[in-house]
Design a protein around this ligand. Structure first.
Ligand code: ADP
Length: 314
């Protein structure tokens, strides 16, 4: 189901949390709303869900204007960072909850719960209690619960925000796979650009309550509309007065570079290294190189080098 947001505005007192936002979220897409803390992402999600009403503007889901429709009647599944399961119910009962409320027949509920637990890879955990699950398993249960009612739209607010980096990375892959299987229109709020770039097929980048750019992740990464988007979507540095990706720069001999400089630090981060160079024009830039490049070129602190943009290898 497609979602069409038109001129949405939401104030909290003097704070303009969402300011004249219009966006199209394609049917079956996995769209990430990305932006720094306080940029209005969660508020926008709440406006889509109906948990908040806009001061101005409309929310249209699949052609229906739902701006004034109660959240319960919008056919939406939610999953939040701090999802609170029913502690006294086992996993199967937690997942079944929405269907029970809707008074579906017991047989249908059992079949649907089995199907969902298989989908979120928790088949063996039906009888476990939430306290017996790991953080990642709990979030998968939350997703199964959100999907139980076969929502038209799935809304995820930093669903993996409370988990450690390894589990987050696993769940990202898993979410992408899951979305590939069920194709429900999904909107994910995150402040983590890597998460957004990895998982989403569409990005909406927000800043101070406004959309600054939207489109597919690669096109935004390669053609950011503003320095803010450039800096937000990946590593960046300044070179000759321009925001530049550090992996688009290279170090060469002093005579071959566009600008001369002196290496002031080399920080090794596993496979890659960040090399900081103080340039003769008085600015500082950093270049992303592989560990291999560092050793082959014999780079070390205090060495004089040339810096230039890598040629486009098209
Ligand atoms: P994000 O999700 O990008 O971190 P939010 O949508 O939560 O941003 O918040 C946007 C702005 O609105 C922030 O300045 C925040 O403090 C403010 N805000 C959000 N919710 C409320 C609320 N219920 N009452 C008052 N201010 C709020």
């Amino acid at each position: 189901m497609s979602i069409s947001l038109s001129h949405l505005t939401k104030h909290y007192g003097k704070t303009n949390a969402v300011n004249d936002v219009s966006a199209e979220i394609g049917h079956g897409s996995l769209t990430a709303i990305l932006g720094p803390s306080g940029s209005g992402k969660s508020t926008l999600l709440k406006l889509i869900s109906g948990l908040e009403r806009p001061d101005e503007g409309t929310v249209v889901i699949d052609g229906d204007d739902v701006t004034k429709v109660d959240p319960r009647h919008r056919d939406i599944g939610f999953c939040f960072q701090h999802y609170a399961p029913f502690r006294h119910m086992n996993v199967a009962k937690n997942v079944a909850f929405g269907l029970k409320v809707r008074r579906r027949p017991a047989k249908e509920i059992d079949a649907r719960v089995d199907e969902l637990l298989a989908l979120v890879k928790l088949e063996g955990k039906a009888k476990s209690y939430p306290s017996q699950l790991s953080g990642g398993e709990r979030q998968r249960m939350a997703l199964a619960r959100a999907l139980a009612i076969e929502p038209r739209v799935l809304l995820l607010d930093e669903p993996f925000g409370a988990l450690d980096a390894v589990v987050r990375a696993e769940l990202r892959h898993w979410l992408k796979e899951l979305h590939g299987q069920i194709h429900v229109t999904t909107v994910l709020v995150t402040h983590d650009q890597q998460e957004a770039m990895e998982v989403a097929d569409q990005l909406i980048v927000m800043r101070s309550g406004r959309v600054v750019q939207s489109g597919n992740p690669l096109s935004l990464y390669e053609s950011p509309a503003t320095d803010f988007v450039h800096e937000f979507l990946g590593p960046s540095t300044m070179f000759q007065g321009q925001v530049t990706r550090p992996h688009d720069l290279e170090l060469v001999s002093v005579y071959q570079g566009t600008v001369k400089g002196r290496i002031t630090s080399i920080v090794s981060l596993g496979f890659e290294a960040q090399v900081t160079v103080e340039l003769s024009d008085g600015t500082t830039t950093w270049v992303q190189l592989s560990r291999n490049e560092i050793s082959t070129m014999g780079l070390r602190v205090a060495l004089l080098v040339g810096v230039r943009r890598r040629e486009d290898d098209v």
